[in-house]
Design a protein around this ligand. Structure first.
Ligand SMILES: [Mg+2]
Length: 179
């Protein structure tokens, strides 16, 4: 159950660890991006210079991007003003409605799409429902509310399982080399 709905396909320390080359190797032509805590912290209204550079790097490789956020309209529109990507607010993730719209707008199907976000129960779950790779990044800076701490606590066993699976995979690869 966990594997099918909540297990990220890849985990990264931050978005900068996700290179355009890696995305190209996955066949990705469109990334559906979470904003808060994935690209910038909550209190940062605009894309920072490193974020813009990262997005430009994707663009250079012909990878399109869209923002799918559960946050308010004003936050998303302000963030997207200079970029003018497809963007949706109050998306009710893990609803996949706006992800699908973004794919339609960009003319990219499941096989060319990936989801990038920082939360298992919104971003990763959405990716699983869509049937596209889920790329999880560590949250930049969490809100300190009780609800948030609770959500993070629920994510922990899943992340532990991801790491265990990775370790096994690495061990298997090493053994394979020996043979
Ligand atoms: Mg987020």
């Amino acid at each position: 159950m966990i594997n099918r709905f909540f297990m990220p396909d890849y985990c990264f320390d931050d978005i900068y660890a996700i290179t355009p080359e890696f995305l190209v190797s996955l066949g990705v032509k469109l990334v559906l991006l979470d904003i808060d805590n994935t690209l910038v912290p909550y209190e940062e209204p605009l894309p920072t210079a490193p974020v813009l550079k990262w997005l430009a790097g994707l663009d250079e490789k012909g990878i399109a991007a869209a923002f799918i956020s559960n946050n308010e309209r004003e936050r998303v529109e302000t963030f997207n003003r200079g970029l003018q990507y497809y963007a949706s607010w109050k998306s009710k993730k893990p609803s996949v409605r706006y992800y699908r719209k973004a794919m339609e707008k960009n003319g990219v199907g499941r096989e060319g799409t990936a989801v990038i976000g920082d939360q298992i129960f919104t971003d990763v779950w959405s990716a699983k429902r869509l049937g596209v790779p889920a790329l999880l990044v560590k949250p930049i800076r969490d809100k300190k509310t009780l609800l948030f701490r609770f959500k993070r606590a629920l994510e922990k066993p899943i992340l532990r399982r991801f790491r265990r699976r990775e370790e096994k995979e690495t061990a298997r690869r090493k053994e394979g080399k020996k043979l």
